[in-house]
Design a protein around this ligand. Structure first.
Ligand code: SIN
Length: 281
């Protein structure tokens, strides 16, 4: 029998807390179908008060698809499918401290990411999310028409390429810098979500480098406008972490931003990313 789930939207644009579920339990298919529906509707879902082993986090993630192992992040000891998102008390830089969409540099970007709080600062360390449906919907008809046929180039080079400055920043968690990050892929600037059928913007400041068939300089003004537009406060929500909280976001139609406002304290999160498919217009 399906478990009753209690859904509490957290903002007008996106995000909902799902109450009443123990993610470590063997949830039946009908309950999972309800979770999936809420996830597609709200873009990011939050579960509080969980007590998960790494195996349980992985089992829950596998109910949504195969695991997409991150090529650049430090892994959790003994669990190569779980990436560490870690900031130590002596660090000044954090991971994910800018608006981005996980793995958009891949041909088949991750469908979603599950972030589980293992150790939290006393205050700060919230994560912000933004709805790329809301960002697209709010564009003028003229801008939509312009963007609809366009493609953009994405690459992990700035963040994870051999010349990236990432590992010289004051951060203990080191990336595995690699030439693989220099691969470029093209994705439509406006995509149609494979599950909801809705259109959303798909460019992000972390990994989009330029529009296809244009230079970086030519692309910059319009890309900058789109990044600023996408981060308008009314398209966002902000999640305050608590011990045992888990966030699960849809990488296709959202961006996120990890706030770096807890210097001198430790924050450790376990992230599992779920395989996706090539975005289409
Ligand atoms: C990430 O960008 O995946 C990390 C987000 C966070 O640590 O809040």
């Amino acid at each position: 029998m399906a478990r009753r789930i209690d859904i509490r939207p957290v903002s007008g644009a996106l995000g909902a807390e799902i109450r009443g579920l123990d993610l470590g339990a063997d949830l039946d298919n009908s309950t999972m179908a309800s979770v999936r529906e809420v996830f597609f509707e709200h873009g990011v879902v939050f579960f509080m008060d969980q007590d998960l082993t790494p195996e349980q986090q992985l089992s829950f993630a596998r109910r949504f698809g195969g695991i997409d192992v991150n090529k650049f992040f430090e892994q959790v000891d003994g669990y190569p499918e779980i990436a560490q998102v870690r900031k130590e008390p002596g660090d000044t830089a954090n991971i994910g401290g800018g608006w981005h969409t996980d793995h958009s540099y891949d041909e088949d970007p991750a469908m979603g990411s599950m972030l589980y709080a293992r150790e939290l600062p006393e205050t700060g360390g919230d994560t912000m999310f933004a709805s790329m449906y809301a960002a697209y919907d709010a564009l003028s008809p003229g801008m939509k028409e312009l963007l609809d046929g366009m493609k953009a180039v994405h690459s992990g080079a700035r963040a994870f390429g051999p010349n990236s400055k990432a590992n010289t920043e004051n951060r203990s968690a080191q990336f595995r810098l690699s030439e693989v990050a220099e691969n470029e892929v093209e994705h439509p600037v406006v995509c149609t979500h494979a599950d909801s059928g809705r259109k959303h913007l798909y460019v992000n400041g972390g990994f989009t480098t330029r529009f296809a068939d244009m230079t970086v300089e030519e692309s910059a003004p319009l890309l900058q406008f789109l990044y600023q537009h996408a981060a308008r406060p009314e398209f966002t929500c902000r999640f305050r972490w608590q011990p045992g909280a888990m966030a699960f976001w849809d990488n296709r139609c959202t961006q996120h931003f990890a706030l770096n406002d807890y210097h001198g304290q430790r924050r450790l999160m376990h992230r599992v990313t779920i395989q996706g498919q090539r975005p289409s217009a």
